[in-house]
Design a protein around this ligand. Sequence first.
Ligand SMILES: NC(=O)c1ccc[n+]([C@@H]2O[C@H](COP(=O)([O-])OP(=O)(O)OC[C@H]3O[C@@H](n4cnc5c(N)ncnc54)[C@H](O)[C@@H]3O)[C@@H](O)[C@H]2O)c1
Length: 277
Amino acid sequence: MTQQAEPVAGGPRAHEFAGKVALVTGAASGQGRAVARALVAAGGSVIGFDRDRPLSYPAYLDHGADELDRLADELGEAFLPTRGDVRDQESLDLAVSAGVERFGGLDIVFANAGICAYGYSHELSEQEWQDMIGINLTGVWHTTKAATPALIARGGGVIITNSSIGGLRGMRRLSHYAAAKWGVIGLTKSIAIELAPHNIRAVSIHPTGVDTQMNDGLAQAEGKTPEEIAEASAGNLQPVPWIETVDVAELVLFLASDRARYIDGAQIVVDAGLLTA
Ligand SMILES: NC(=O)c1ccc[n+]([C@@H]2O[C@H](COP(=O)([O-])OP(=O)(O)OC[C@H]3O[C@@H](n4cnc5c(N)ncnc54)[C@H](O)[C@@H]3O)[C@@H](O)[C@H]2O)c1
């Protein structure tokens, strides 16, 4: 990951999310953290959820238990740190109820927590497959299940799921990742149908490689540089190895806003043109 400070989206629309409350999973790092910062910068409140104990998964670089607290110190009253595991429904239910109690309701969900690792499909262990599906697909379902009653009670809202370009194509040595990310689309589109009568939209986003610790972990596991990893797994049309977390935050804030009020059930790519060719 590049060392310069991550840019923060949302500045020009300083009050756009005033009074809005968001649940962001995977908030301690990368895209989740950038979205949390951007929402708070735009006047919103955030329930930030991340893992409650070190995760042991190939290529996962643990950011340490303090990262969520550091973000809470930085963002102040508008940020509530909550901990658990997206594989554990109860931990998400508790996070939502604590957030609703603190902030008075829930409007936006960014179901984002995830992991990634390489392995040929026929060489993956049962555990690697189950962890991937458990976190990257079932974890998204748990997140939406925990949040939906609060969104309905609010009279409307939006659910944004973080899939990947791997949710729109096959990827060598990423079959378990792609299977989970394709599953996220089916889940998101079905939720959109079910929840439209409640004035709740559901949209999936599909980033190309993003400069986060996920990429760094893959690079370390493969003995390569993060740039080599990004280029090998992505191959963007635009001449950049990856996009930045701010590019994802900009998209998520737009989709979460009323400016996107008729974007529903869709798959939105932010891929530097990758899927064009
Ligand atoms: N980095 C990329 O190139 C890229 C590209 C497209 C999509 N994505 C997706 O974006 C999402 C965010 O990834 P990122 O790039 O910000 O990576 P990241 O590793 O920086 O952040 C992921 C966060 O999710 C948390 N997390 C992982 N497993 C968890 C669990 N079981 N319970 C609770 N929290 C858990 C991690 O602790 C971490 O804070 C993931 O779903 C990923 O698949 C990433």
